[in-house]
Unconditional design. Structure first.
Ligand SMILES: C[S@@+](CC[C@H](N)C(=O)[O-])C[C@H]1O[C@@H](n2cnc3c(N)ncnc32)[C@H](O)[C@@H]1O
Length: 263
């Protein structure tokens, strides 16, 4: 199946409602984790796949100089709109439209972050290797990388648990209930990719559907040892690894949260 791994980020309700549905579940506490890491490792900071600035803006608010790179203009537009509300941050934030597998910035960074599984939208092993090498070239000697992936849950991809309950939230602008449903999932065991079709609906107080859109994305899963080898191959030494943002030890089917240092 040939699909665009990033169709989701091309615009529409998925982008508009992105922040409402990101940051819970296995990602709980991630922003605080990145803030603590930034206090520990310092800046300047490079965030790859910065999206709507969900992580970038809190970092800038703590006084860090941050560059956010993303492939999606609609996601960057949302980050830029948020930054217009905080003019005091503009002199320490730069948003760059670009591809994490091939980018070139004049600057070098003390810390690079790839939060919320953005790295997994790079769906080929070659692309993933290129991204880590390119990030490595943008780190100062001894600089750090924090990479967050999901650890593959094979029961979810190939077992019986196919339905995921719809999630609902309240739209901060209209006050309407908005619902996000994973309507289909296809896992490709050979390519190590999972493709999801998602539906977004906006409902009025009577439960009538006012707007409905479907979109999709694909992510590539890496086994834990594969990620460890990939980091080693591209010039990093693993410092810490966790299965969540409370620093729990590595575990099956949870997060693969890596802290690595440029060798
Ligand atoms: C799950 S969102 C994460 C956004 C943000 N970092 C956060 O934590 O909320 C993934 C982001 O990665 C971006 N992305 C996907 N592939 C990319 C690539 N090759 N280079 C740069 N950004 C990419 C998408 O456009 C999207 O904004």
């Amino acid at each position: 199946m040939k699909t665009d791994p990033n169709a989701y980020y091309a615009g529409g309700l998925g982008v508009e409602l992105y922040d409402l549905f990101t940051g819970g579940g296995l990602l709980s506490g991630d922003v605080e984790f990145y803030l603590e890491s930034a206090r520990r490792f310092g800046g300047p900071i490079l965030e790859l796949g910065t999206g709507t600035g969900r992580v970038l803006i809190p970092l800038a608010r703590e006084g860090h100089e941050v560059v956010g790179l993303d492939l999606s203009r609609p996601m960057l537009n949302l980050a830029a709109a948020k930054l217009r509300e905080h003019p005091e941050l503009t002199n320490r934030v730069r948003l760059v439209e670009g591809d994490m597998t091939r980018f070139s910035l004049e600057q070098r960074f003390a810390l690079a972050l790839v939060p919320a599984r953005s790295f997994q939208h790079v769906v080929t092993p070659e692309g993933q290797r290129m991204a880590l090498s390119c990030i490595r070239q943008h780190l100062i000697p001894g600089g750090h990388l924090i990479l967050d992936l999901f650890d593959p849950n094979f029961e979810l991809f190939f077992g019986d648990i196919n339905e995921v309950s719809p999630r609902e939230a309240r739209h901060p602008g209209s006050g309407h209930v908005v619902r996000r449903t994973v309507v289909a999932r296809h896992a490709d065991a050979f390519r190590q990719t999972v493709h999801e079709a998602l539906r977004f609906e906006e409902l009025d107080t009577g439960g009538n559907v006012l707007a409905c859109e479907e979109t999709s994305w694909s992510l590539r899963w890496n086994t834990r040892q594969e990620t460890a080898y990939l980091l080693e191959l591209t010039g990093y030494e693993v410092v810490d690894q966790y299965s969540d943002f409370n620093r729990s030890p590595p575990d099956y089917g949870r997060e693969q949260l890596w802290v690595a240092r440029a060798r």
